[in-house]
Design a protein around this ligand. Structure first.
Ligand code: UD1
Length: 335
């Protein structure tokens, strides 16, 4: 079946029922793309997938299923979000990460090549850098992951580089910094069970869903001693995927590795201050020792994505990110 929109082909989104994937699905649909989603619903939610998308429940490693989707839905590009994302869990269960993030990506990439898919966008991560020698971190700096999560993603980047050199497919690996917030119109947000991300935890605490926020380390080499991160609004990140896709289509001989961040960092205390400012309350803070494997500061140099694509941040404001995360968190007592 050919794509049913004015666009030349349809897009397959893996992990489209997850946090970032569901926002990308909205962005693609809003831009007029025809979208198919494959998700095994292990961590994703069926109701997170916009009803305008075709939904296929299943695994990206099911090559027969993926081949049927590529041919049947007229897929010309894949946005690959499916995977496991919990850093401490990757240390406990490395083989789970090398299966879900590396081996299953290998299978998906093979299905893409065999199905004649021309463009591939991969959710990579700032965790590929490990502890960067310099901040802000550029894409050409050494990639020395300090946990299996980062390594499992870096290995997929390596596969894509080799595959793009050998087959008629180009790719974009987007290295996400700290993704947070929710769709400004309240259509999607982060529902992941047991999420440990700072902003998710902090807005949960502000709404009384948890008693306090632990601050993991107050002796970092940062201005206030707490960890500094580059928080990017999930809808800006989804938008970056649209621009990456347009760039891959316009320049089929080029592939790209690009940081996705705003280029400025906020400390844990600054994030908690933002939450307090917005709610008018006071989140209870508990000082804790450092969490294993946390770098002091991680901030993107985003000049490459700004130079390569027309993407520009639209929601680059910490209070906006927190506000949207809070609004989403309020919508369900369960979350
Ligand atoms: C990590 C990964 C990132 C990945 C994300 C997915 C690294 C360097 N980064 O982000 O690539 O996409 O996980 O899960 O591995 N903090 C607290 N209290 C809390 C929670 C967090 O103080 O309850 C602090 C952390 O110590 C850190 C900051 O807040 O300084 C952000 O932490 P978090 O939101 O968990 O993300 P990262 O660990 O930075």
């Amino acid at each position: 079946m050919p794509s049913d929109s004015a666009r030349p082909f349809a897009i397959l989104v893996t992990g489209g029922a997850g946090y970032i994937g569901s926002h990308a699905v909205l962005a693609l649909l809003d831009a007029g793309w025809s979208v198919s989603v494959i998700d095994n619903l292990v961590t994703g939610f069926r109701q997170a997938v916009d009803s305008r998308a075709r939904f296929h429940e299943g695994d990206i490693a099911d090559a027969a299923l993926v081949a049927r989707i590529i041919a049947g839905d007229g897929i010309g590009a894949i946005l690959h979000f499916a995977g496991s994302v919990v850093v401490p869990e990757s240390v406990e269960k490395p083989l789970k990460y090398y299966r879900n993030n590396t081996a299953n990506s290998r299978s998906l990439i093979e299905s893409a090549v065999e199905g004649g898919v021309r463009h591939f966008i991969f959710s990579s991560t700032a965790a590929t850098y490990g502890i960067p020698a310099e901040i802000p971190v550029r894409e050409d700096m050494p990639t020395v992951p300090i946990n299996p999560y980062g390594m499992s993603k870096l290995m997929t980047e390596a596969m894509l580089k080799d595959v793009a050199a050998a087959h008629p497919i180009n790719y974009c690996a987007l290295r996400y910094f700290n993704v947070a917030g929710a769709d400004p119109d309240g259509r999607a947000g982060q529902s992941t069970a047991g999420a440990t991300h700072l902003i998710k935890v902090a807005v949960g605490a502000a709404l009384g869903k948890r008693a306090e926020v632990a601050i993991f380390g107050t002796d970092y080499a940062t201005p206030d001693g707490t960890g500094v991160r580059d928080y990017i609004h999930v809808s800006d990140l989804a938008d970056a995927h649209l621009h990456a896709l347009d760039t891959l289509i316009a320049r089929p001989d080029e592939s790209h590795v690009m940081n996705c961040g705003y280029g400025r960092g906020f400390s844990v205390l600054e994030v908690l201050d933002s939450v307090d400012r917005i709610t008018g309350g006071t989140v209870v803070r508990r000082m804790e020792p450092r969490r294993a494997g946390d770098p002091d500061a991680l901030v993107a140099d985003n000049s490459r994505i700004l130079a390569t694509t027309p993407w520009r941040p639209r929601l680059a404001d910490l209070d906006t990110i927190v506000n949207h995360a809070l609004a989403w968190e309020r919508t369900s007592a369960k979350r």
